[in-house]
Every structure is written in structure tokens, then in C-alpha cells.
Design a protein. Structure first.
Ligand code: ADP
Length: 160
């Protein structure tokens, strides 16, 4: 069976935590779509085009990973592209309640849709895009938090 899964998120910007989940999913499944959420009611720090470009560079070594973007309901997007499995990273107990709720809601909206969770790597359980934005914009060192190939571009944007 040729299995495609989707890894959704804001990726504002991509972190080593995201990259860990995407890399592990790419080893488990034939094809991984990394889906960047375009949320018109929220203004992200990095534009959709920037988030996509940073992700593309971060996953350039992974042949079976593609970057896409979607607006609106993830359950609808999955249905439209024929994907029945969402793969997400689970960091801590604090992620659990929200993710559990989202997984159940998505299943109600699209009963064929399953959500699978990979436990975050021990080194990145604390890591989030908002932490990267905060530390980076205040002049802190984020080199252990983001992929090396996109580090300078993230810093340039955050310190503008
Ligand atoms: P963030 O909370 O960093 O803004 P996103 O909305 O972009 O995250 O998250 C996209 C996906 O990546 C989610 O499944 C989220 O749980 C996962 N994720 C985010 N940060 C990490 C991390 N440090 N380790 C593992 N998974 C993560």
C-alpha cells in the first residue's frame, strides 16, 4: 500500500522539533505532505511564502516530503486530497488536551480521518515556534532550535 500522511501546522517558523517529526514520519510512510496553515484571521510573523520556503529548505534532503498550504478546515483539505491520516507531534501533557479535542473533532467532520501522534524528541519537548520568535527577536541564540540551513534567514526576519 502506498501511504500518504499529512503533517499540519503553522510553522511560524519551522523548528528542529517540527523537523524531527517530519523526518520520522518520512521514514514510516511513503509520502508526507507538510501542510502550512493559512489562517486569515491571524497574522503570522512569517508570511505563508516565507514559511513554505523555510520548510522547503529544511526538508530538502527528504525525497518523499512535499510542502503544501491550506486554508479552512484540515478535515476538508484531507478529504479533497485523498489523505486519511494526520501525523502530529505530542510534546507534553499540555499538548494532549487540545490535540485530543482536535483529533475527535476532525474525526466527526471526516469519519475516515485518523490522527496519529509521535512523541516529541526528548531534546525538543520544550521547543515551540513562539519560543523561537521570542528568543530570536530579543537577540538570543536560536542555533539549537532551528535547522542550520534556515537559521540566518529566521534571525534576519526576527531582528528587523
Ligand atoms: P508550534 O506549537 O511550535 O507553533 P505548530 O502549530 O507549527 O507548532 O505545530 C505543528 C505540529 O508540530 C504539531 O503537531 C505540533 O505538535 C508539532 N510540534 C511543534 N513543536 C514540536 C516539538 N518541539 N516537538 C515535536 N513536535 C512539535
Amino acid at each position: 500500500m502506498n501511504k500518504t500522511v499529512i503533517c499540519p501546522g503553522s510553522f511560524d517558523p519551522v523548528t528542529l522539533g517540527h523537523l524531527d517529526i517530519i523526518t520520522r514520519a518520512s521514514k514510516l510512510f511513503d509520502r508526507v505532505l507538510v501542510a502550512v496553515l493559512v489562517n486569515s484571521s491571524k497574522t503570522p510573523t512569517f508570511s505563508t511564502a516565507e514559511r513554505i520556503e523555510l520548510l522547503r529548505d529544511a526538508v530538502s534532503g527528504l525525497d518523499n516530503v512535499e510542502i503544501v498550504s491550506f486554508e479552512g478546515l484540515l478535515a476538508e483539505y484531507c478529504k479533497n486530497c485523498g489523505v486519511d491520516t494526520i501525523v502530529k507531534g505530542l510534546r507534553a501533557v499540555s499538548d494532549f488536551e487540545y490535540e485530543f479535542q482536535m483529533a475527535l473533532a476532525n474525526k466527526k467532520l471526516n469519519p475516515d480521518l485518523e490522527t496519529m501522534f509521535l512523541t516529541a524528541d526528548a531534546d525538543s519537548t520544550f521547543l515551540s515556534s513562539s519560543m523561537v520568535r521570542e528568543i530570536g527577536s530579543m537577540g538570543g541564540d536560536i542555533s539549537n532550535f532551528v535547522p542550520a540551513c534556515v537559521h540566518d534567514r529566521i534571525i534576519a526576519k526576527l531582528r528587523k
